[in-house]
Design a protein around this ligand. Structure first.
Ligand SMILES: Cc1cc2nc3c(=O)[nH]c(=O)nc-3n(C[C@H](O)[C@H](O)[C@H](O)COP(=O)(O)OP(=O)(O)OC[C@H]3O[C@@H](n4cnc5c(N)ncnc54)[C@H](O)[C@@H]3O)c2cc1C
Ligand SMILES: *[C@@H]1O[C@H](CO)[C@@H](O)[C@H](O)[C@H]1NC(C)=O
Ligand SMILES: *[C@@H]1O[C@H](CO)[C@@H](O)[C@H](O)[C@H]1NC(C)=O
Ligand SMILES: *[C@@H]1O[C@H](CO)[C@@H](O)[C@H](O)[C@H]1NC(C)=O
Ligand SMILES: *[C@@H]1O[C@H](CO)[C@@H](O)[C@H](O)[C@H]1NC(C)=O
Length: 536
């Protein structure tokens, strides 16, 4: 059978690593025949039958009507239906919710995922994939006039017999995952906010409460089950298709569709955590405590933190989000924070992991205009203070924008995290302990009116340009941009460094020689650079 022989060829290629250029997809690959092999009765789909791998003006009309004939209205949502409207309004940001696909396809198996890829190729109707829908900008996981694939029917979560691996389908949120694993006193290294999707967070990196202990989410994947551009399902692990496994550890949606994430489990009973809010007078002490915790992470890697600065109703606030991976009240590693006086609120307490993720969800509701940005620098306390000050300066220039909530989250990519990134063959992010620890900056904005988009986005572009220029002056610049926080104006994959970019291109060329995931799935961070390179 054709499909089986491709897999064999691919496996042979994988033995030699990236260097071995296998014909994973033969040059005479016949999409129609591949669909027939998957059990699709082409003759029953009159319009598809007539198509011979060519673009058609009615591409998406043909693709969507074929899907509907195959799967019915319950799996293929059309415009102007209640189900379609409910789907588009389920995105986090209003920018993504405003995108109107020609139809929404909701596959329930890996082979249905293969079929959508092949139908897209045959008709040349483009597609996008939505997991948790928290990518902020339009087109991240939505596509105007194309097929948006929703994973809502792919929500299996299962534990291996020895409970060491949790197999998770991409329709799950982290809340689903954590609540399912909790009765076993287990968790995985995943997101910190309940409604974030497993798909996007894990493919872009994935900062967790447990990262000082185990690294990022992408560094705790045992294997990925992937549908490739030819519709062939394969398992990428350190020992099988290891080049693809490496690429998926932070390379995003550029290589295939992940239908199952097999994640290593970790022991978690209860946690401790919450937030403390302070006024500007305590900022120096907050920054010092945050810095010391970051450089001392190895002393007690159960600790996690985010230090966020926000302008709220004209007032500057500093918010320390602190967590501990065990049910220990006020672990000594946080003592410097506890010594800071005048907290406005403090809800630090023993809590479950799902409870902590729900608390952060409440601060990040759906339905607003949103933008996320990112920058990475060498960790330096004076420079971090400069970055905080420049942020407030730029926010002042837009503070009359209705509904504006401006925040800037400071995190530290600690030495323990960087060490874990090197495990199991490493990842493509281009980070190493040599340049660490790192300051990871995540400025974000929520606002009300589309009329203010340019003004808000330009302020954030100025902020990142100014701080990056200053970092270069001080010798603190690092090229890496974190995919999960980047704006549509930032060139994420090239920021991993030229050697990693070249290697990623080789992997893409091997598994996707006709560039399906670059051309037919155009949204989000492609190998070539920023989604909107000309800036806001
Ligand atoms: C409120 C909030 C909290 C956050 N907290 C964290 C955090 O704690 N840690 C952190 O690291 N990041 C965090 N992020 C950033 C988050 O990781 C990114 O927004 C991420 O893209 C969200 O994933 P998603 O599945 O919800 O998004 P989606 O928009 O559904 O997907 C993002 C991208 O991934 C692709 N994709 C999704 N699933 C698959 C798949 N199965 N196969 C191939 N491609 C796929 C999509 O096509 C899309 O291009 C947060 C973001 C927000 C808005
Ligand atoms: C693919 O196979 C079908 C059925 O065997 C055939 O009709 C078609 O011409 C082939 N397409 C190409 C591009 O070779
Ligand atoms: C395929 O569809 C055609 C047209 O509807 C039908 O005549 C034929 O029996 C179908 N073949 C199979 C194998 O179901
Ligand atoms: C925060 O301040 C309150 C008093 O306002 C105090 O009772 C509480 O202990 C403080 N929290 C911490 C963690 O120090
Ligand atoms: C920092 O910036 C300088 C000047 O642009 C550049 O030459 C250097 O390669 C950069 N360093 C890193 C680590 O990106």
């Amino acid at each position: 059978m054709r499909v089986a022989s491709f897999v064999l060829l691919g496996a042979l290629g994988a033995l030699g690593g990236v260097e071995a250029q296998s014909t994973f997809e033969p040059t005479d690959f016949n999409i129609t025949e591949a669909l027939v092999d998957l059990g699709v009765n082409i003759t029953a789909l009159p319009q598809l039958e007539g198509l011979v791998e060519r673009s058609s003006s009615g591409a998406c009309s043909i693709a969507c009507s074929s899907l509907k004939l195959l799967y019915g209205a319950s799996k293929v949502l059309s415009q102007s239906t209640t189900a379609y409207d409910a789907f588009t309004s389920s995105y986090w940001s209003i920018q993504q919710a405003s995108v109107d696909p020609y139809c929404v396809f909701q596959p329930s198996s890996s082979s249905e995922v293969s079929i959508i890829v092949l139908i897209s190729r045959l008709t040349q109707c483009p597609f996008a994939l939505k997991s948790g829908g928290h990518g902020a900008f339009a087109g991240a996981s939505s596509i105007q006039g194309g097929i948006t694939v929703s994973f809502k029917n792919m929500k299996d979560i299962s534990l291996s017999a020895d409970k060491k691996i949790a197999s998770i389908e991409p329709g799950n949120t982290w809340f689903d995952v954590y609540t399912t694993l909790q009765p076993n006193n287990l968790a995985v290294v995943g997101g910190r906010v309940s409604e974030i999707g497993v798909g996007g967070l894990t493919l872009g990196g994935g900062i967790s409460y447990f990262s000082n202990l185990y690294g990022w989410a992408c560094d705790n994947v045992a294997s990925y089950e992937v549908v490739t551009a030819s519709g062939i399902p394969i398992t990428a692990s350190p020992t099988s298709f290891s080049d693809l496994y490496w690429a998926l550890r932070g390379g995003g949606n550029n290589f295939g569709i992940v239908t199952k994430f097999n994640l290593y489990t970790i022991p978690v009973t209860k946690m401790w955590g919450g937030g403390r809010v302070h006024l500007e007078t305590e900022f120096p002490a907050l920054m010092q405590a945050w810095y010391n915790l970051g450089v001392n992470a190895a002393q007690d890697p159960n600790a996690a933190q985010i230090l966020a600065f926000a302008r709220n109703s004209g007032m500057n606030l500093g918010i320390a989000d602190l967590q501990y991976a065990k049910p220990v009240d006020r672990a000594p590693i946080f003592n410097e924070f506890f010594a800071i006086p005048n907290n406005l609120t403090d809800n630090l307490r023993i809590a479950t992991l799902p409870e902590l993720t729900q608390e952060l969800q409440d601060q990040n509701p759906n339905g607003l205009r949103e933008s996320y940005w990112t920058a990475t620098y060498k960790l330096d306390l004076n420079f971090a203070t400069y970055v905080k000050d420049v942020f407030f300066e730029e926010v002042t220039s837009i503070q009359t924008v209705p509904g504006l909530v401006a925040a800037n989250a400071f995190q530290i990519v600690s030495i323990p995290i960087l060490q874990k990134m090197a495990l199991r063959g490493g990842n493509p992010l281009g980070l190493s302990t040599a340049s660490g620890p790192l300051l990871l900056v995540n400025p974000s904005a929520m606002w009300t009116n589309a009329a203010d988009d340019t003004k808000v986005l330009q302020a954030y572009a100025r902020f990142t340009a100014r701080t990056t220029a200053e970092a270069k002056k001080r010798g603190l610049n690092v090229s890496y941009l974190y995919m999960n926080y980047a704006s549509q104006f930032q060139a994420v994959v090239p920021s991993y460094g030229s050697a990693n970019l070249a290697k990623l291109r080789t992997v893409a060329q091997k598994y996707d020689p006709s560039e399906v995931f670059q051309e037919l799935q155009p949204g989000y961070f492609k190998l070539s650079g920023a989604p909107s390179p000309s800036g806001p």
